[in-house]
Ligand binder design. Structure first.
Ligand SMILES: *Cc1c(COP(=O)(O)O)cnc(C)c1O
Length: 340
């Protein structure tokens, strides 16, 4: 698809939307050195609390840092209050009455919830037995957005994605990209203007409580997301903390989680009630176990919470287990062994 075709998919009233103009957007800030201004424009409290001023609506400093880490220009980065905000804004940007989104099942639950909230039809197609896209996974003429999670939640595997098959917006959700050696789809943004890649600080960066999600796309698409977002969607505190955390090197922690994933998978396979441990490129394992519902309940009694996915399509008798610390994983293994 060409960028012009992508822009033609935008809901017309949003293409022409006059966005909220915040107080500090309305004059040339370079006129005087920034800290020399007296700000009487935004009805802020003038007494310094550290947070009395509104945050930077476009998060310039933080984006500069993300840009250098990800090797993506700052004008191709959107930051949201979690990836969940980006998912909602993408649906609102492209989907109107009568349009639909296409998702595989099983996958991350927020695509459907967000579409449902926006009253947008969800076309769901089952993945194959080994959790890959079937031949029949095709958008129709009213499909505006396809959501593909890779590595996929809850199966943990990478999807084999052929972007040229899709003549609509394709969102590749890479929440777990740091736990795989596969390259990111961000490398394909130049070639595919209809591509939006989502990543997050919630998993590999250990900052789920902070709520910071990232969307990478062509500058034209980023501008449109900026136009429809709440003006101050990322708080000053979040911007400051994220900037500080991104100075750190998270590779050794990610490596530790990956090596625990291998160890836990091997140990789980030694337990006789466990029928299958699915291969994982993420920070969790999907595990098929005899009588999963009961195992789930008994683990709770042992003080261990996993995710019961046994009623999810293709996941009969499956639990999704997040990789914990070595000690936590040992406790899980003991509990499962003593019950088997
Ligand atoms: C955990 C997860 C996210 C993260 O969402 P945030 O709102 O950024 O915390 C996004 N997508 C998938 C598939 C996930 O599993």
């Amino acid at each position: 698809m060409k960028i012009e075709e992508v822009l033609s998919l935008v809901r017309p009233h949003l293409r022409d939307l006059q966005p909220y103009s915040s107080a500090r957007d309305e004059f040339d800030q370079s006129a005087v050195e920034k800290n020399k201004f007296i700000y009487l424009d935004a009805n802020e409290n003038p007494f310094d609390t550290g947070y009395n001023r509104y945050p930077d609506p476009y998060q310039h400093d933080l984006k500069k840092k993300v840009s250098s880490i990800k090797d993506i220009p700052a004008n191709q980065i959107f930051l949201g209050n979690g990836s969940d905000e980006a998912i909602d804004l993408i649906i609102r940007l492209f989907c109107g009455e009568g349009d639909n989104i296409l998702i595989p099942t099983p996958t991350y639950g927020m695509y459907k919830v967000s579409a449902d909230i926006n009253n947008i039809t969800v076309k769901a197609q089952s993945l194959t037995e080994n959790f890959q896209l079937p031949q029949s996974f095709q958008p129709d003429e009213r499909t505006r957005v396809v959501f593909l999670c890779s590595p996929n939640n809850p199966s943990g595997n990478l999807l084999d994605i052929h972007l040229q098959n899709f003549n609509c917006i394709v969102v590749v959700d890479e929440a777990y990209i740091d736990f795989t050696s596969n390259p990111s789809f961000t490398k394909k943004l130049d070639q595919f203007p209809n591509l939006i890649v989502l990543q997050t600080l919630s998993k590999a960066w250990g900052l789920a409580g902070l709520r910071l999600g990232m969307a990478f796309a062509r500058p034209e698409v980023i501008s449109l997301l900026n136009k429809i977002k709440p003006p101050y969607n990322i708080s000053s505190a979040t911007q400051q903390i994220a900037l500080k955390e991104l100075q750190k090197d998270n590779t050794s922690i990610v490596q530790k989680i990956i090596s625990e994933r291998t160890r836990l998978a091997n140990e789980l396979l030694k337990i006789k009630t466990i029928k299958k441990v699915y291969p994982s490129d993420a920070n969790f394992l999907l595990v098929k176990i005899d009588d999963a519902g009961n195992v789930y309940t008994n683990l709770i009694i042992d003080g261990i919470v996993v995710r019961d996915r046994s009623r999810v399509k293709l996941c009969d008798d499956c639990l999704r287990i997040t990789i914990g610390t070595p000690e936590e994983n040992n406790r899980l293994l003991e509990a499962l062994k003593s019950a088997s």
